[in-house]
Structure formats: C-alpha cells, structure tokens
Design a protein around this ligand. Sequence first.
Ligand code: UDP
Length: 331
Amino acid sequence: MKNILVTGAAGFLGSHLTDALLAQGHSVFGADNLSTGSLANLAHLNAEPRFCFLKQDITLPFDPGPVDFIFNFASPASPIDYARLGPETLLVGSTGTVNALNLARKYNAGFLHASTSECYGDPEIHPQVETYWGRVNPIGPRSVYDEAKRFSEAAVTAWRRYYGVNTHMARIFNTYGPRLQANDGRVISNFMMQALAGEPLTVYGDGLQTRSFCFVSDLIDGILRLAASDEHTPVNIGNPAEFTMLQCAQEVLAVTGSKSQIVFEPLPQDDPTRRRPDIAKARALLNWNPKISLREGLRMSLAYFQSCLAARSSGTPDSTVAALPRGNSFS
Ligand code: UDP
C-alpha cells in the first residue's frame, strides 16, 4: 500500500491509471488543472476514501506531502489541444516536469514519466527502436509538444544521474479507449464520432500514413510493469500492429456498421508518415505484450462513443460527458 501522486489524473490515461492503482490497494493523490482533462473521468471516485483530487497547475509550486511514487502524466496530448495550448504545453513539459522531479527527490519517491513516440518525430527508421534519436522539427506546429517531451526525458535522466532519483520513462504510442476526448481531433475519436453520426470520415492526406494503436488497458498494464521494474532508460509501450489511416477508417466502419463515406482533407504540417513501436525491449524486460486487437478495442470503445454522441445530440458539452459507469467499462 503506497501513497501515489498522479499528475494529469483527470485525463484519459491519468484516470485509467488512477483506477488501476486504486484497484491494487494504493492511495492516490490526483493533480490536474483541468485544461484538457475532465472531472467526469473521476466522477466514479467521489466516494473513494483512498482518492484525493487537487485542482493544480503543476507548473506552479505545490506539495501534496510525502509520496512513495509519482506518475507524471500531465500534458495536453492531442495535436489540436497542444496547438491551442502551445505555451502551456511547453511549460508543463519543462517547469511542470522539474517540479514533479523535485517532489520525487524531496520524498525519495519513485518516478515514472509519460514520454511519447513523438520524441521520434517523422522517423527515418521503422519500426522505431528506443536507441533512435528521432527527427523532430524544433519550430514546427508539433514542436511545443515534441520538444517539451524531449526536454522532460533529459530532465528525468539528469535528476537520476545527478540526484539519484529512481526514474522510469515510457515512450507511449497512439492509445485509445473509453474516456478518449470525443472532440480532441484525434483519428480514433474523429472517425468513431463521424461514423456513429452518419457523417463522412475525414481522412487527411492520401490516408497512407500509418499509426499503431494500443488499447488503454494494455497500455496501463505496460506502465505498471515498467514502474515496478529496474529499467531507467526509455521503453516503448504501444501495440506494433500498424494500420494506414484508410485501413483505420475501414475498421471503424466495420465496428460501427456505419454507411458513412470517406472524404479526403489536407494533411496537417509535419504529420509523421509512419509510426510503429519496436517492443522487443518491453517484451524482454517487462514480459509485456499487448493483447487487444484494434477491432476488439474499437468494439470495447463503442458504448462510450455512443454515449458521447447522445450527450452531444442533447446539447451536453463534451467536457461534462459522464464517464461510463463502472459496469459498462472494459474494467
Ligand atoms: N487523421 C485523419 N483524420 C482525422 C484525424 C487524424 O486522417 O480526422 C490522421 C492524422 O493526419 C494522422 C493520424 O490520423 O496522420 C493520427 O492523428 P492523431 O491526431 O490521432 O495523432 P498523431 O499520431 O498524429 O499525434
């Protein structure tokens, strides 16, 4: 039984991680400034005595008291969110990370940082291995996210090297599932909402760019294994099954049974052409392997996106869409 701080606890990954930690018997202190997270993701924990929520911008000084472990998950994460919140994204991934690392140093706590496949940028090698240094545009539209996450990796490494903090880093690839914001502009949320609403699916560019999608329960399993390990260098956590965006659209149409058309729209600047994790390191070190296929995971996300559409149709803002009651979620 440990006291654990989760930054970004009201977000998609942070809230699922919080649930998993509570299920393991730990006490969780969740910090979030709610810039992209939603209290609806934590509403089911209202009566949970082992959970405490603090509305906190982690770029400002804060101290929850002694903690045994810190999961640093605070950051806008979808391309339209970090384009809207550019300076905030740079600051949470620099000052925010340093504040969280200093808490870990003060309390001798373990630390796991949520890094990203965006550290690889538009990669020249495929699939991406952890030893690849990446190809990132430092001044492009994605730079506020990519460079903040790369700075965070340097900071996490330095706090380990210079101060002996017990750190871990996960390079997280595209992840989806219930609680993914319905309006965050990401491909899975856009396609699912468009398919369910009977609207055209918007494929950007020629739709031949690829991504590799991990269902959220597999991702959280990998994160927990990494936190319990002795590994301190970055580890890719993602599902290596790779899809073009056209194939992804077909998967969504199959799962929803939708008759929506596919339309093509311009490709955003610096959109990576391909992305697929090499997960040999996670397999060997953590004995971890994602289990849920895209088809299965989309099926397990269907009820959630249907509830988002129903709420949108009734005029409820997306940010207040209640997370599914426990019995309806995959967990
Ligand atoms: N994409 C798309 N249609 C959409 C939204 C996204 O074709 O409605 C594409 C986007 O251009 C990118 C991929 O889907 O190539 C994944 O985009 P997402 O925003 O989900 O995350 P990214 O992996 O780019 O950070």
